[in-house]
Design a protein around this ligand. Structure first.
Ligand SMILES: O=C(O)c1ccccc1NCC(=O)[C@H](O)[C@H](O)COP(=O)(O)O
Length: 381
């Protein structure tokens, strides 16, 4: 643990690694705390130094956002805002640069609410199972399967966008989509009817999903690679998803600063996982296109801030950046609001290789059989 800790203070890219090892549940908290106190004294920015020393004194657990702040001497929200990210982190007022204004206490939209709830959830989960333990569990998981390979093969087989079919019980914009929700039955029915990959919602509070659903589907004999549909803010979640059998994970550009995306991509690669990096607008797309190693970009037609769905978003962004995306060999997934064969043809003509579909399938009595209705034909598998 000490070496990880040392790395987190010497290499900027590694700075997101496991400050959680400072949790009071760590095996030698005293030694770790001394090591961090030493490192803290060497940090140039006095606000950052104060934050670290404060956390040590108050026996608090660290998270990745805090480490970024220490390294750069800037607040996570100011780093993010400079990149056009409007979603703020729920900052504790101990950071002088954050202030403690009343507006900071209220999330500005649903995505921000989800992220603030996620910060609480992840810190509670980390307290129960520190990063080191999750890393160990991830090493015992069945090997990750080839998510991009499954999409490419399905596209060639069907000459139609490969389907990532979503196992989703509820959503903030639509409420409960399916009362009799059996994730394994839905997953098997999707696979039988030609889905290339599956997306499993794991957020409990807003989507009534769970990591247990992910694990149960993985252990049920379903062969399609699985995307963990989560709101990732911390590398802990990536290792946790892998430990539960995920083959791919969602990274949302509206939430994550560039350096987080880069570092998380590296972790995914080391774990053999695919990252689906989701964008909603041109600015986010341009940020992601500057990052090396991106294989899969999702263009979400739903604004996660307003819930407005507009399928022309996929077309507009691909008209602007399609050539560059093709030159880079990146596959594009059209996400959200797809209900009919015309919708599928529309995003296919815009240039997507795959689509991510939840509501229009999961709401039907037989979600798998609904796939033929969505495509206007049976899919080969
Ligand atoms: O769906 C929501 O209400 C939502 C709200 C806030 C953040 C994310 C949200 N959904 C995630 C997704 O984008 C969709 O689950 C996915 O793209 C499938 O969309 P759909 O086919 O429209 O169910």
């Amino acid at each position: 643990m000490e070496s990880l800790l040392a790395a987190s203070f010497s290499l900027p890219a590694a700075a997101f690694s496991p400050p959680s090892s400072l949790s009071s549940t760590s095996s030698s908290p005293h030694a770790l705390r001394s090591a961090v106190a030493g490192a803290a004294r060497a940090v140039r920015c006095s606000a950052a130094k104060d934050s670290i020393l404060y956390a040590l004194e108050h026996d608090e657990m660290f998270n990745s956002a805090e480490v970024i702040q220490w390294e750069s001497g800037k607040s996570i929200n100011s780093i993010a805002a400079a990149q056009g990210i409007r979603i703020r982190r729920r900052c504790r007022p101990r950071y002088p640069s954050e202030g403690s204004g009343a507006d900071k206490a209220v999330p500005r939209n649903m995505l921000e609410q989800i992220i603030w709830d996620k910060e609480v959830e992840v810190s509670q989960r980390k307290a129960k199972k520190p990063l080191q333990k999750v890393i160990e569990s991830s090493q015992h998981a069945p090997p990750a399967r080839d998510f991009v390979g499954a999409l490419t093969a399905a596209y060639s087989r069907n000459v139609a966008p490969a389907l990532i079919a979503e196992v989703k019980k509820a959503s903030p914009s639509r409420g409960v989509l399916r009362e009799d929700f059996n994730p394994v039955e839905i997953a098997q029915s999707y696979e039988k009817n030609g889905a290339a990959c599956l997306s499993i919602l794991t957020d409990e509070k807003h989507f009534q999903g769970s990591f247990e659903n992910l694990e149960t589907v993985r252990n049920s004999g379903v062969k399609c690679p699985l995307l963990c549909k989560e709101f990732v803010i911390d590398i802990w979640q990536i290792y946790y998803a892998r430990s539960k059998g995920a083959d791919a994970i969602l990274l949302i550009a509206a939430v994550l600063p560039d350096l987080d995306i880069k570092y998380m991509l590296r972790i995914c690669k080391n774990l053999g996982m695919t990252a689906l990096i989701e964008v909603h607008d041109e600015r986010e797309l341009d940020r992601v296109l500057k990052i090396d190693g991106v294989q899969l970009i999702g263009i979400n037609n739903r604004s996660l801030e307003t819930f407005k769905v507009d399928t022309s978003n996929t077309k507009t962004l691909l008209e602007k950046r399609g050539d560059l995306i093709r030159d880079k060999g990146i596959l594009v997934v059209g996400e959200s609001g797809l209900f009919t064969p015309d919708d599928v043809a529309y995003v296919q003509n815009a240039g997507v290789s795959a689509i991510l579909v939840g509501e229009s399938l999961v709401k039907q009595e037989n979600p798998g059989q609904a796939i033929a209705g969505l495509y206007g034909k049976d899919l080969l598998h």
